[in-house]
Design a binder for this molecule. Structure first.
Ligand code: GAR
Length: 207
């Protein structure tokens, strides 16, 4: 079952691009229906345009509160019949209860550290500054908390030889680009693992 995906991104969009490439090469059985961004200057918009993917800009300043901003995102997801929401460098918390409820266990995020270590921004710098020798990446379901929610996949990356936070970022992002499409593909196969337990993923009934 080809999984119908929306990507939410705020910045560069290299994970978004890796997902597009994996779909095009047949390694990831997904259809990317829309990019939603809160940042009208995000380079991810160019990535979407080059791939012919529609872009929706949903900016905080256009809404009285975060709840109504997320309601708008839900309307876009519903309109496209999205089954899986993939956060790829989306730097806002999802706060809307309607969105979180309607897409429970259907919103995933990638974070460049082994959660619960180093949540929030600049996770790679946090790990480097702390002197961690092993860091990595986490793919998890999204709830209302920061970089929390059930863990789907983690991968350790040896950063002991890194001389800067930039080097840490470079080592981790390479693995992010391989891991995220692989996990999105597992949803297309109708199954994924949470905390090592097998879970079935079913098509989303239209609301
Ligand atoms: C990625 O490293 C992703 O893991 C991170 O933002 C970067 C986005 O890069 N996300 C977080 O830190 C979420 N807390 P990209 O725009 O090139 O994909």
């Amino acid at each position: 079952m080809t999984v119908k995906v929306a990507v939410l991104a705020s910045g560069r969009g290299s994970n978004f691009k890796a997902l597009i490439d994996a779909v095009e090469s047949g390694d990831c059985d997904a259809r990317i229906l829309v990019l939603i961004t809160n940042n009208p200057d995000a380079p991810a918009i160019t990535v979407a345009k080059q791939a012919g993917i529609p872009v929706e800009i949903v900016q905080r300043m256009d809404f009285p509160d975060r709840g109504s901003m997320d309601d708008r995102i839900k309307v876009i997801l519903d309109k496209h019949g999205v089954e899986l929401v993939v956060l790829a460098g989306y730097m806002l918390l999802i706060k809307g209860k309607k969105l979180l409820d309607a897409y429970k266990m259907r919103i995933i995020n990638i974070h460049p550290a082994l959660l619960p270590s180093f949540p929030g921004v600049d996770a790679q710098k946090q790990a480097f500054d702390y002197g961690a020798r092993i860091s990595g990446l986490t793919i998890h379901f999204v709830d209302e908390n920061l970089d929390a929610g059930p863990i789907i996949y983690q991968e350790a990356v040896d950063i002991s030889g890194c001389k800067s936070a930039g080097e840490v970022s470079k080592k981790i992002i390479e693995r992010e680009h391989a891991a995220y499409p692989m996990i999105v593909d597992s949803f297309s196969k109708g199954h994924y693992a949470v905390d090592g337990r097998h879970v079935r993923f079913a098509p989303k009934p239209r609301s």
